[in-house]
Design a protein. Structure first.
Length: 671
C-alpha cells in the first residue's frame, strides 16, 4: 500500500524550520581547515528571515557548540547571526529578490567577521579563507534551486551532489591509523558523480574540488588528495561505460598520485581509494545515476514567441514580487469605534459627560467592554447588555442605545466590506502569480527524446441507475511527448454533474494541449471554480496522470479524487490523496501530486468513487493482483462487472485503464 505523505496542518509551519535546523547542524561538521563551514552558512543565507531563518540559526548555534573550538565557533555563529539579520532587514526590499543578493551579502558578512581575526596572519590562512568564501558562494548558487517551486532535474542533481560530498567531508576527522572513513566515502561519492559528468574537464574539476576539501580538512602539506581524486575521477569518467573497469582505474590513478607527490601515508590513501572504488562497484544498478550519453539530447532553440512568453512570465513574476510578496492585509477595525462614535453624538452635550468620561472613566470603559461581546454576537444592542449601574445613571440611555445600534450596523457593514476586499485582493495576487506560472510553463523548450513507449487504453462510463447521462467524464490525449489521462467526477449525478465534469475536462484539456504545465493549469482551474462557486456553481474531483512517453516518468495529480492503482512487476500500489475537490481547495494550495515510473508491461487504473473509495477497495486490489491479461478494455469491463455484482449502480461509474506495451511493441491504440 502507498499513500501520498501529508504533513498534519498543525505541524506544517514548523516542518521546514526543523529541516533547516537539522541540515545546518549537519553541514556545520563539513569544515575547511577546521575553521570554516561554508555550506552551513550557505543554507543559513538561503533560509531567509522569519521562522525558517531562525531554525537555521539554531542549527548553526548547535553546530558551533558541537563541532568547533571556542574561537572558530564564535566567529561561525557571529556570521550566521549577521546573515539572519541582513535577510530580516532587506526581506521586504526589491534588492532581496535579485538572484545574487543572498550570495553576495552572506559572503560580505562572512568576510567582515573572519577578516578581523586574520590580520597579521600568514598568507596561507588568507588563501584558505578566500577558498571558503568562494565555496560558500558556489554552495548558495547550487542549493538555491531547492527553494524554488519546480527545480529542474539537473539543478536537483547538482544540489544532491553537493550535499552528498559535504556529508562525506563531515566524516573526514574520524581517523584510525591514518585511515579515514570520510575520505573513503568522499572518494566513492566523487567517482559516482564523476561518471555522470558530460566532459573529462568536469570530472577532473569535481575530483580536484573534493580532494582539496580532503586536504584542507586533514591539513596535509601537499595537495595529495586533490591530485589523486582529480586523476581518479578523470580515469573513472573515461571508463564510465564499463563500470567494472572504472573502479580499478580510479584506485590505480590515486595510487600514482600518492607516489608522485610522495604522500606521508601512501598505503592509507590507497586503502581509502580502494574502499571508495569498491563501494562504487557494490552499489545496486537500480540506484546508480544514469551516465551522460555520448551524444547529448539537444534542446530545440527557443522560438521568438517562446522568448517573448518567457519575458512576459518574468514580468508578471516581478510584478507579484514587487507589490505583493511579504505584504499582509490591513487589520480589521476595532469594535471600540462603535462606542466612540455613539459617545461623540450623545455624551458630548450631556450634563454628566465629565462624571462618566473623567471621574468614572474606568467604570464606563468596563461597561462598554462587558456589552461589546453580546451585541456583536447578536448584531443588535439591548438594554440588558449594559451593567445596571451604567444604564441607571445615564440620563440619555435610550438615545445612546439607538446611536450604538446605528454605529453597530455601520461597523458590521464595514467589516463585511473589509473581508470581501481582503479576499478580492488575495485572489488578484494569486492571479498574477498563476499567470506568471502559466506563461513560464508554456515557454518551456521541448527536447528531443528517444522512441516513445506504446500504450493501450480502456475506458468505461456508466451512469447511475435511473439516469440518462453520466456525471463522470474521461479524456485521453497527447501534448507533445506527454500522454495525459484525465478523470473528473462532478458533484452529485445527472445533468448538473455531467455539465460540471464535462466543462472541467474540456477546459483542462485546452490548457494542457496549449503547452501549459499541469500544476499551474490545475491551480488556475481551481481558482476559477472557486469564483464560480460563489454564484451557485459546483465542484469536481480531478484525477490527472501525466506520462512522459520517452522515459516512462509519470506524475499523478489529485484534487479530492478516488484512489488510483498501479500494477508493476506483479505488485499493486495504491495512490490516495486527502485534498479537497477542485473548487473547494484553497488557492494557495496546489493539487497533491506523486512521481513514479511506469515501465513497459505495467498497468495504471483510474476509477471514480462510484467504483471504489478508500474504505471499500480491497476487492479491486485483489482483482488487479490476480489479473494476468494484457487487454486494457477487458480489464475495465471486468472491473465494472465486478462492481455491478457487488452493490449495483448506486452512483455514476468511470474507469480508465492504461497498459504500457512491452519494449518490443511500439504501438498505441486510441480510446
Amino acid at each position: 500500500m502507498f499513500r501520498i505523505p501529508r504533513i498534519p496542518p498543525k505541524l506544517r509551519p514548523y516542518f521546514r524550520p526543523l529541516c533547516l535546523l537539522a541540515l545546518t547542524f549537519a553541514l556545520s561538521a563539513a569544515q575547511l581547515g577546521g575553521t570554516y563551514a561554508p555550506c552551513a552558512l550557505a543554507v543559513a543565507a538561503l533560509a531567509g528571515p522569519k521562522l525558517p531563518g531562525f531554525g537555521s540559526l539554531l542549527g548553526a548555534a548547535a553546530g558551533a557548540l558541537a563541532f568547533f573550538d571556542f574561537q572558530p565557533g564564535l566567529r561561525f555563529l557571529a556570521s550566521a547571526i549577521l546573515i539572519f539579520s541582513v535577510n530580516t532587514a532587506f526581506y521586504d526590499s526589491p534588492i532581496y529578490a535579485r538572484p545574487a543578493f543572498r550570495s553576495a551579502s552572506a559572503a560580505a558578512v562572512t568576510a567582515l567577521v573572519q577578516s578581523i581575526y586574520l590580520l597579521e596572519r600568514p598568507l596561507r590562512l588568507w588563501v584558505v579563507f578566500a577558498l571558503s568564501v568562494a565555496v560558500q558562494c558556489l554552495a548558495v548558487h547550487l542549493l538555491s534551486p531547492l527553494w524554488e517551486k519546480r527545480p529542474s532535474a539537473q539543478d536537483r542533481s547538482r544540489a544532491a551532489a553537493l550535499l552528498l560530498l559535504s556529508a562525506c567531508s563531515a566524516l573526514i576527522p574520524l581517523e584510525s591509523g591514518g585511515f579515514s572513513l570520510g575520505r573513503a566515502l568522499l572518494s566513492g561519492s566523487a567517482l559516482l558523480i564523476a561518471c555522470t559528468c558530460v566532459s573529462p574537464a568536469s570530472a577532473a574539476a569535481l575530483g580536484l574540488a573534493a580532494g582539496a576539501a580532503a586536504d584542507l580538512a586533514g591539513s596535509t602539506a601537499a595537495p595529495v588528495y586533490a591530485a589523486a581524486l582529480a586523476l581518479g575521477c578523470t580515469a573513472g569518467w573515461a571508463a564510465r561505460q564499463r563500470r567494472w573497469l572504472a573502479g580499478p582505474l580510479f584506485a590505480l590513478s590515486a595510487a600514482a598520485a600518492a607516489v608522485l607527490f610522495d604522500a606521508d601515508r601512501p598505503l592509507a590513501l590507497l586503502y581509502e581509494a580502494a574502499m571508495g572504488a569498491s563501494l562504487y562497484l557494490l552499489l545496486p544498478r537500480q540506484v546508480m545515476p544514469k551516465a551522460a550519453p555520448q551524444e547529448e539530447a539537444e534542446a530545440l532553440p527557443p522560438s521568438p514567441l517562446q522568448n517573448q512568453m518567457a519575458q512576459s512570465a518574468a514580468a508578471f513574476r516581478a510584478l507579484y514580487d514587487s507589490f505583493f510578496r511579504g505584504t499582509s492585509p490591513t487589520p480589521p477595525e476595532n469594535p471600540s469605534v462603535i462606542f466612540d462614535q455613539a459617545a461623540e453624538q450623545v455624551c458630548r452635550s450631556c450634563v454628566l459627560c465629565t462624571t462618566c468620561w473623567h471621574r468614572n472613566y474606568n467604570e464606563t470603559y468596563n461597561a462598554f467592554n462587558d456589552a461589546c461581546g453580546a451585541l456583536l454576537r447578536r448584531g443588535q444592542a439591548c438594554p440588558q447588555d449594559f451593567p445596571v449601574h451604567f444604564s441607571s445613571r445615564c440620563v440619555h440611555f435610550s438615545d445612546f442605545l439607538a446611536a450604538v445600534n446605528a454605529e453597530l450596523r455601520a461597523f458590521l457593514q464595514r467589516q463585511q466590506y473589509h473581508r470581501r476586499l481582503v479576499d478580492l485582493r488575495r485572489q488578484a495576487q494569486e492571479q498574477y502569480a498563476q499567470l506568471g506560472e502559466l506563461l513560464s510553463g508554456t515557454a518551456a523548450v521541448e527536447t528531443m527524446t528517444s522512441a516513445p513507449l506504446g500504450y493501450r487504453i480502456g475506458s468505461v462510463l456508466q451512469p447511475r441507475q435511473g439516469c440518462r447521462v453520466c456525471g463522470d467524464q474521461l479524456a485521453v490525449f497527447e501534448a507533445g511527448s506527454t500522454l495525459y489521462l484525465l478523470l473528473s467526477d462532478g458533484m452529485g449525478s445527472g445533468e448538473d454533474a455531467h455539465r460540471e465534469a464535462a466543462m472541467t475536462v474540456r477546459l483542462l484539456q485546452q490548457f494542457l494541449q496549449s503547452g501549459i504545465e499541469p500544476a499551474p493549469a490545475l491551480k488556475t482551474l481551481n481558482a476559477a471554480l472557486r469564483l464560480r462557486g460563489e454564484d451557485g456553481g459546483g465542484f469536481t474531483t480531478i484525477d490527472l496522470l501525466a506520462l512522459q512517453r520517452g522515459s516512462g516518468g509519470a506524475v499523478l495529480y489529485k484534487y479530492g479524487a478516488a484512489p488510483s492503482y498501479l500494477k508493476r512487476s506483479g505488485t499493486v500500489t495504491r495512490f490516495t490523496a486527502s485534498s479537497l475537490p477542485a473548487g473547494l481547495q484553497e488557492d494557495r494550495q496546489g493539487p497533491e501530486c506523486c512521481r513514479f515510473s511506469l515501465p513497459g508491461g505495467s498497468f495504471f487504473v483510474m476509477v471514480s468513487d462510484g467504483i471504489a473509495d478508500e474504505t471499500d477497495d480491497e476487492w479491486l486490489q485483489n482483482l488487479l493482483s490476480g489479473w494476468n491479461g494484457t487487454d486494457a478494455t477487458a480489464l475495465a469491463n471486468l472491473i465494472l462487472s465486478e462492481r455491478r455484482s457487488r452493490r449495483g449502480l448506486q452512483d455514476d461509474c468511470a474507469i480508465l485503464t492504461l497498459h504500457l506495451s512491452p519494449p518490443d511493441e511500439g504501438q498505441k491504440t486510441p480510446v
